[in-house]
Write a protein that binds this ligand. Sequence first.
Ligand SMILES: *[C@@H]1O[C@H](CO)[C@@H](O)[C@H](O)[C@H]1NC(C)=O
Ligand SMILES: *[C@@H]1O[C@H](CO)[C@@H](O)[C@H](O)[C@H]1NC(C)=O
Ligand SMILES: *[C@@H]1O[C@H](CO)[C@@H](O)[C@H](O)[C@H]1NC(C)=O
Ligand SMILES: *[C@@H]1O[C@H](CO)[C@@H](O)[C@H](O)[C@H]1NC(C)=O
Length: 374
Amino acid sequence: MVGLSNLLTWGAIVSIVAAAAIPEALPPKGPKPPKQKCGKILKRKAWHKFSNKEKKAYIDAELCLMAAPTKTNRPFAVSRFDDLIKLHQILADVVHGDGWFLPFHRLQMKAHETLLREECGYKGTQPYWDETIDAGNFSKSIVFDPVLGFGGDGSGPEYCIQDGPFASYQLNTGPGYKNIPHCIWRQMNDFLSSGSSQASIDRCMTLTTYADAWPCFENGIMPGDPKTGPPPQFFDSFFPPWPPLPPSAGPPVGAPAPGNGTLAGPPPSPHNAGHIGVGGEMANPISSPGDPLFYLHHTYLDRIWWQWQKKDLKKRLVDIAGYTSNFPPKPEEPGQGWVNATLDDTLDMFGIIPNATVREVMDIRAWPLCFDYE
Ligand SMILES: *[C@@H]1O[C@H](CO)[C@@H](O)[C@H](O)[C@H]1NC(C)=O
Ligand SMILES: *[C@@H]1O[C@H](CO)[C@@H](O)[C@H](O)[C@H]1NC(C)=O
Ligand SMILES: *[C@@H]1O[C@H](CO)[C@@H](O)[C@H](O)[C@H]1NC(C)=O
Ligand SMILES: *[C@@H]1O[C@H](CO)[C@@H](O)[C@H](O)[C@H]1NC(C)=O
């Protein structure tokens, strides 16, 4: 061995070591799985551009999902619609306030679209709510139409929605981490919805790395801002401890922000404004998929991420950053220490659709996503 090493240059040693390492790095022997390709690319479009027939088909498919029994059989899950709420509720701590936020929700939207199509006969695609049209004016939006929409604001002691196709639906997951049968509830606030403006998107679009961009899209945090997000009193109404049921009083439409009246305005966050402008279930970071509008909102946000990626596609198809669990409002370091998100991380879908890696959800036009935005 001594003689042999004398004959070798440093470069050769490196290449021998590298060669020896290669078999370990390769996947186990056997036929290589074929590289999966998309068949049809599904074109997603805005709810505002749906025909009446398309709206009806989407709503009918959602009602079908709500009536279908759970298949994941997670505790307290009753319907197939619950399966997707449970996914979000149980994973809430690892899919918000971190690098997985946008990839996870992109895949969850795909899961919803897939269930509508494969289990409820829906032929269309997942629509998005173009919230820039309705910013500052959510209560007048056509998405709240009582017939061809999601029904309007909540009222009464529990702020239950009063009309529309989902008025009588009973949720079994939520509010928050609880599992209490309750209605779909809303407390719309036009003032808070103003954060959905085009200006709030444009602000984030100027950021050039994922590390800078996702905190802006999610929480309106700009580079250099303290990583605590909006002032804490802004979230008084919906951060833990959760009220067991909707509070008995809340701000009427158009009222100033909740909290202590010290806010000049909602932080311009394309993600948060949609949640808190609708309020109720939607304003709950844990159980918000209980309001079917969640899927139009997060598809809207997904499109914003895609528009950002397209501005420098080659680079941004592989740009991921952030941790794999929350930073504040959960400031304590996890037991294993903060772990960086990578392209090879698995996004858990609870078997609803197959898991995918972060890498696999970076390009919406590639397998397994196979969709695009009009
Ligand atoms: C809200 O809509 C009304 C009626 O269309 C309009 O008069 C008003 O200017 C809008 N407000 C905002 C903030 O866009
Ligand atoms: C807001 O009001 C609550 C309840 O009155 C109080 O506990 C809290 O400290 C106040 N927050 C701020 C920032 O003033
Ligand atoms: C995690 O990412 C940060 C920011 O890019 C970097 O400084 C740090 O070295 C990374 N940590 C590990 C363990 O890779
Ligand atoms: C999906 O991912 C989760 C988390 O990594 C894992 O526990 C689960 O076994 C995976 N499911 C499948 C079907 O591979």
